[in-house]
Design a protein around this ligand. Structure first.
Ligand code: ME8
Length: 479
């Protein structure tokens, strides 16, 4: 039986268009999913939408649409962006899906209840709809939530609480022992410090008359399951947990890729729920930083939000994948501006990879026979350098991509220093050997590109198989 690999993105809120941050998480998940497929593993890649929230109810109202129509439209937009970005997901889970998602959530709730970890108690607090959470008096500026610029509501109600505090020690142990690995180390330390201070029990339901959407609490229809008790379960409900599906047995536990904003939910609440339910914890959490633009958080008011669709339309999806995989660190905040994107595109795709492909294939077309089929098969089978996968296994995606571009610059250097196009005119065999060696190296580059730039990888291999230069540059220069 082949090894399995399960990877998930967060489920995104469908209250607005996806931006570069969402594209980033999804692209790096895709790179990892493709790399594991390349290693011959059986991969399951999940993404989706977090729909049962008041944010979405408000956004639908603002758009003048009913919920279903609104959600369907926005989910279509998500999927169309993912399809352009060549995201090879296996499933798109929607939490409004009562057939596929709800049984898992209900099942988890019952398991938590059985462990004696659900209790009903009265709660009063300031509730911010933007945060979808209670906030405290000291968070307010002039009586308003500064982040969402709105007055919180004073809510008093009976809620069900999850006794998360009970699991503080166990969660800490699982993280310290590496049973649930948190990458990078700095995020692991951040969560360990939080656990050191202790976790509080958390509100896990809302009164049904205040929450127009959501999953009813089992045996108490006056309450609905609150955001995290619902959303986090997507990672296993999608695999058929609570519906008796085999996928769960096959793929759980897996790894989650998230942004630093939702670390606490994934590294404290989610493992607490799983421990209470007696289920295995995720193997790994990869926690990446935020994408900023010009050093600032992307925000509508600053006018620095970059729409991934705009970049795709201008430069192509592969350019976007390239930038995200190479020029953003998976562990820290990274910056993206229209200028930095254009510079990287021209230097490394138009001049770098694109130009090199044209030069090598022109020399090959003019001077050598096309590679024999057996040779191509042999090259396909040849192992990709271990170093490449080593970086990917450590999630140093940018360094894995650097390795490809290092080889590209080495090949450029070789051509410049040895001028095989001249040698072939005077010493035919020697020149031909140089050129066919370059073609073989280019084939290996195409293989390593597969998880990063899947379309370009196929294009380059095709050119090599047909022994011809591209009709037009792979990446046209942009002014
Ligand atoms: O939090 N840079 O959904 P969400 C990098 N529904 N990544 C970013 C980013 C940025 N500037 N902005 C967003 C939610 N992200 C919940 C998740 S999971 C059970 C529920 C990415 O639509 C990053 O992955 O607000 C972040 O964690 C996620 O989008 C938040 O997406």
């Amino acid at each position: 039986m082949s090894k399995t690999f399960y990877i998930t993105t967060p489920i995104y809120y469908p209250n607005a268009k996806l931006h570069m941050g969402h594209a980033y998480t999804t692209v790096i998940c895709d790179v990892l999913a493709r790399a594991h497929r390349l290693k011959g593993e059986e991969v399951y890649f999940l993404t989706g939408a977090d729909e049962n929230t008041e944010k979405v109810v408000r956004a639908a109202k603002e758009a003048g649409q009913n919920m279903e129509e609104y959600l369907n439209n926005i989910v279509e937009n998500f999927k169309s962006l993912f399809s352009k970005l060549e995201i090879s997901y296996d499933q798109f889970i929607r939490t409004s899906d009562s057939k596929n998602h709800w049984p898992g959530v209900t099942e988890i709730w019952k398991l938590l209840e059985k462990s004696g970890d659900i209790e009903k108690r009265s709660y009063e607090g300031l509730y911010c709809v933007g945060h979808e959470a209670f906030i405290t008096e000291k968070d307010l500026v002039l009586g308003k939530c500064p982040e969402h610029d709105e007055k919180p509501q004073l809510l008093k109600e009976e809620n069900y609480f999850f006794k998360l505090s009970k699991y503080t020690k166990q969660i800490k142990e699982k993280i310290e022992s590496g049973e649930m690995e948190i990458i990078p180390e700095s995020r692991k330390n951040e969560i360990l410090a939080l656990l050191e201070r202790g976790l509080e029990n958390i509100s896990f339901s809302r009164s049904a008359d205040k929450m127009s959407v959501g999953i009813p609490v089992p045996n108490d229809s006056s309450q609905k399951i609150y955001v995290w008790g619902d959303a986090l379960v997507n990672y296993i409900s999608a695999l058929g947990f609570g519906r008796g599906d085999e996928l769960y047995k096959k793929f759980w536990p897996g790894m989650h890729v998230i942004g630093k904003d939702i670390l606490r939910f994934h590294a404290a609440i989610w493992p607490g729920m799983l421990l209470s339910a007696g289920l295995p914890l995720p193997k790994k959490l990869l926690v990446h930083g935020f994408i900023t633009s010009g050093g600032k958080k992307m925000s509508k008011s600053l006018g620095n939000v970059i729409d991934p669709m705009f970049l795709i339309d201008t430069y192509g999806a592969e350019a976007v994948r390239y930038y995200l995989a190479r020029h953003i660190s998976p562990f820290e905040d990274g910056d993206l501006t229209l200028e930095s994107f254009k510079d990287a595109y021209n230097a490394n795709l138009a001049n770098g990879l694109g130009n090199l492909t044209s030069r090598i294939m022109k020399m090959a077309q003019d001077n050598i026979e096309k590679l024999k089929e057996e040779k191509i098969e042999e090259l396909e089978k040849k192992e990709i350098p271990k170093e490449f996968f080593d970086y990917l296994d450590k999630f140093e995606i940018n360094k894995a991509v650097d390795l490809i571009w290092f080889e590209i610059s080495e090949m450029d250097k070789f051509i410049q220093e040895n001028q095989p196009f001249k040698v072939v005119k005077t010493e035919k065999e020697k020149g031909q050997k140089m050129i066919s060696d370059l073609v073989i190296r280019l084939f290996n580059v195409a293989k390593m590109l597969e998880p990063i730039l899947p379309e370009t990888s196929v294009k380059i291999k095709e050119l090599i198989k047909q022994n011809r230069t591209p009709d037009k540059p792979l990446f046209a220069r942009k002014d």
